[in-house]
Every structure is written in structure tokens, then in C-alpha cells.
Write a protein that binds this ligand. Sequence first.
Ligand SMILES: *[C@@H]1O[C@H](CO)[C@@H](O)[C@H](O)[C@H]1NC(C)=O
Ligand SMILES: *[C@@H]1O[C@H](CO)[C@@H](O)[C@H](O)[C@H]1NC(C)=O
Length: 416
Amino acid sequence: MKYLSWGFILLVFSAFLLNLDAFELRKGQKTERISGSAGDVLEDDPVGRLKVFVYELPSKYNKKILQKDPRCLNHMFAAEIYMHRFLLSSPVRTLNPEEADWFYTPVYTTCDLTPNGLPLPFKSPRMMRSAIQLISSNWPYWNRTEGADHFFIVPHDFGACFHYQEEKAIERGILPLLQRATLVQTFGQKNHVCLKEGSITVPPYAPPQKMQSHLIPPSIPRSIFVYFRGLFYDVGNDPEGGYYARGARAAVWENFKDNPLFDISTEHPTTYYEDMQRAVFCLCPLGWAPWSPRLVEAVIFGCIPVIIADDIVLPFADAIPWEDIGVYVDEKDVPNLDTILTSIPTEVILRKQRLLANPSMKQAMLFPHPAQSGDAFHQILNGLARKLPHGKSVYLRKGEKVLNWTAGPLADLKPW
Ligand SMILES: *[C@@H]1O[C@H](CO)[C@@H](O)[C@H](O)[C@H]1NC(C)=O
Ligand SMILES: *[C@@H]1O[C@H](CO)[C@@H](O)[C@H](O)[C@H]1NC(C)=O
């Protein structure tokens, strides 16, 4: 085994002395406020700035699906369920649709799990279409704008493209009926057909209580330099290799499996959350989609996220200073990851750790229940409020139609 570099030892030592990575701030501990407008945005309060009308749908669109498979409450797409619950009791909710700024349709399109718990979005387009048909015939509001003042939570891998493989997702494109709606989605990548302008990119769901219960004392030093747990290859879905994670994860493994600075493996230990709190850098490479729950976990656990996903659009990018807290590495530069990370000056690392300790940033990554001010629910509402007032183009002239109800794959037109 190679000797660790002096820089690294110093780094661990100084991080230890400064104790900068607590989940919650202890009294008197200094944190760095997010500077400028981003910090203001992060601390905005949406109450009083928008009114949301929640459509009442038959329970087969939401509650019944969840009853069939309660695992949906814990998977990384659970934001669609929690957002529904949150809005039902939120002060921004209005029972009078005439005064609503935004309309929300509670439909759980990602809660269709295989016996192994894999969410497959193959029925989602039909389900979504069915829900839209229902609201457009029972209320006058959809036809008024064809969805331009409606928002939908679509947390699947590629949002409203409804496929877990990028190629197929691109081929499908965003569901035609959602073309005018505002999409609240986990997927974010620049210049991609599955991210349209005006969408709100949100973090994936990671269980807040569970994470909190794994917190370790902040005085424990970060003795792991680079940490990663997860797949490097997805042999089942990508037998020839190279397609999964566009080869980036395979490159991490091939280049660094024997490097003592890299604690990487496919095994998911019970100490996963604790290990992240003992690490300086946490790799957040793309998988099938550019994003993964690691982004949230890294922020919560104060581990500097190393973002390997070219052109990714990160959650709440107008409020979270991702460039300051994380490290971006191009997919093609993965073979130099060791050099890139070891050459970051200690003071830069300490600053990132200090910013990561900011509790309002952690809050923004979570969907806690009950909700808390500044959490991801509130950031979503802030994003919707910032899009108000609606422009003239939102409202259609009487009888004007823009959407094509028969566009898209024929199979999507079958009743749900
Ligand atoms: C909305 O438009 C569709 C046809 O485009 C029509 O079938 C439906 O009845 C309309 N909804 C309402 C509430 O008038
Ligand atoms: C709607 O989409 C269908 C299927 O792609 C197409 O055949 C039809 O011409 C479109 N209608 C309009 C009015 O564009």
C-alpha cells in the first residue's frame, strides 16, 4: 500500500480541528451564509406569493396505487407522494380554483414497481393522459391554458419522457399533453429533449428521518479521501458495457480500484451513511440518469460532492451554489480523478466544507414530514412563485387549441 500524501494527512487533520461538518449547527458555530441573491432565494418564504388549487382525483390515480405498494414511500421518486400530502395542508392551497395561480394534479406515475422494487414507467404516459382527460372534462381550467398554469411532479429518471434508458427517453420526448405545463422533475441536463425551458429541477427523495438517525458526532475526522458505493456496470441492462453511465462509472472502477485513496465498491454497507460522514469527497457519477440520491446524501453529510455528469442541471441551481460546494469533473477526465482531487488546495476544501455546513442548504435538499420552512417543498413553491404573474401567452383565445391529443406512440393512446 502506498503512503498517503502529506497534503492529505494535513487535510484530514485540519478538517478535524475545525469540525466543520455538523449536520445541525451547534450553538456559536460559525457557518458561511450563501452570499448574494442565491442566499436570499434560499431563505424566501412562498406563503402569500402564490395560491395552488389541488385537483381532487379518484384514488386510483394516487392513494390506491400507494396502498398496493407502500415501498413507493421510500424510493427516490417519492417526492410525488410527499408533495401531494404537503400541498393538501399547505397555507398556499386554495379551495377556490377561481383564485388559483397554479393547478396541481396528484397522480403517482412512478409508483408502479416490479416485484424487485424497480419502478418502470411504461404505464405512466397512459395514466397521465387519463388524468389530464379527466381534469380537462370536469373543470374549465385546463382548456383555458392547455396546462400552461398547471404543474406536474414527474420525478422519474428522465422526467416526463417516461423511460429509464436515455436513448428511448429521447425517442419518446416529453409527453405531448405536458408540453405547456410546468414540470417539476429530478432530471436535469442542458440542451436535452427531456428538460424543457421553465421546468423546476428538484432533488431526488432521500429519507430524512433515516439519514438523521445515522448522524455521527462531527468531531469524528474525515479519514476517507474518496468514497463511493454503487454499480460500476449494469450487466443486466447493459450487457455489452459502455452504455450505462456512458462508461464513466466503469472508468472509475478500472482506474482506481487499487488506489488506496479511493474507498469504492459495489457493496452497500450498513455504515453507508456514517462512511459518507467520514469522507472528504463523495463521488456522484451519473448512472442511467445524470442524477442520483448521492447528491442529496453528500450535502446532508457534509461530504464534498464530486459531480461526474456532463451538462447536468442540478436541483434548485438558483439557490444552491453547486460550483462552490462541489467539484465538477468532466466524464472524459475520470482517469485523472486522483490528480484532480489531490491538487485542490486545502483552503478550498475547507471553504466547501464550511458552506456545506449551512443548515438551510441541507434543508433545501429534503422533503421532511411534517414540512419545515426552507425545505424542498418550499423551494418548489418559490420556483413556482417566481414564474408569476403568468404571461399573456399562457391563456388561449376562446376555442384555440395548441396540443395534439393524438400525438405520440399509438400504445400511449390506449385507455388506462
Ligand atoms: C375541453 O375541451 C375538450 C375538447 O378539446 C372537450 O371535450 C371538453 O369538454 C372541454 N372541457 C370543458 C370543461 O369544457
Ligand atoms: C397530431 O398527431 C398525429 C400523430 O402524430 C398526426 O397524425 C396529426 O396530423 C397531428 N394533428 C395535428 C393537427 O397536427
